[in-house]
Design a protein around this ligand. Structure first.
Ligand code: HEC
Length: 226
């Protein structure tokens, strides 16, 4: 009887652990499934790109007055936005903002608020805010991006194309031939070319257009810095 109760207790404990695991996993899944409402990255000192969760109506998305860009520490000092352009020909979700008052300082916390940009269905996206750090670096921005989108096929277990993406040293390495896949500053290197929108690794990795632009600009604008 005592043993039976102990067994029951253990079963309950295991069940509770399982439920907790599913609950956390479920939470994660919900977070991933939810369209990202707003994301931003400063892909060079004069350009900030903003990604919405849904396809946009061009007229409102390309109105610079709908974007407020400022350092997190001083909301009053706004950057002057010269133009807003939808650069995402695949999904219509990414807007490129050209900064007239630039260059933006490097490695500083900034915030962007959008208001009244409409979706291609004519619905307002309301007011949305995203934070980002200016400039792109491997440790701060890219490591997570590759981990999320590439490492499962280009890690220790698999290394597809004899190429790994799970460290900066590996990224700089070679794969199927003697040419390194990442050549700092070179927009024609394989890592950039194969992750452009519509290319195989863009699709395989499930990249968004913003993420593809981040890879390109990290390699080209920031010389693939650490
Ligand atoms: C589902 C698996 C998968 C995912 C995810 C994936 N790849 Fe690949 N990748 C492959 C395969 C298979 C090859 C080899 C065949 C080829 O070249 O198409 C390859 C080849 C490559 C090559 C060429 C390597 C060489 O030296 O020939 C690069 C560069 C590359 N991938 C980058 C990436 C990046 C960056 C990501 C993430 C955005 C990514 N891949 C995501 C499967 C994947």
């Amino acid at each position: 009887m005592k043993r039976q109760r102990a067994r029951l207790r253990r079963a309950v404990a295991i069940l509770a652990l399982l439920v907790a695991g599913i609950a956390t996993g479920g939470c994660n899944a919900a977070r991933i499934l939810l369209p990202n409402p707003l994301r931003a990255a400063s892909v060079n000192a004069f350009v900030v790109e903003v990604e919405f969760g849904e396809p946009l109506e061009r007229a409102s998305a390309e109105d610079p007055a709908r974007y407020d860009l400022h350092p997190s520490a001083s909301p009053g000092s706004r950057a002057v936005i010269y133009s807003a352009t939808v650069v995402d020909t695949l999904y219509g979700r990414v807007v490129q903002l050209l900064i007239a008052s630039g260059p933006l300082p490097d490695r500083e916390a900034w915030e962007i608020t959008t208001s009244g940009v409409r979706t291609d269905q004519g619905r307002s996206t309301g007011t949305r805010t995203a934070s980002f750090v200016t400039g792109l670096g491997y440790a701060s921005d890219m490591r997570m991006l590759f981990a999320e989108h590439c490492d499962r096929c280009h890690g220790a277990a698999l290394a597809e194309g004899h190429y790994r993406t799970d460290s900066l040293a590996y990224l700089r390495g070679v794969g199927t031939d003697a040419t390194p896949n990442l050549i700092a500053g070179d927009p024609g290197c394989r890592l950039v070319r194969r992750t452009l929108p519509g290319k195989t690794m863009f699709d395989q990795g499930g990249l968004s257009v913003l993420e593809s632009d981040m890879i390109r600009d990290w390699v080209v604008e920031y010389s693939a810095r650490p």
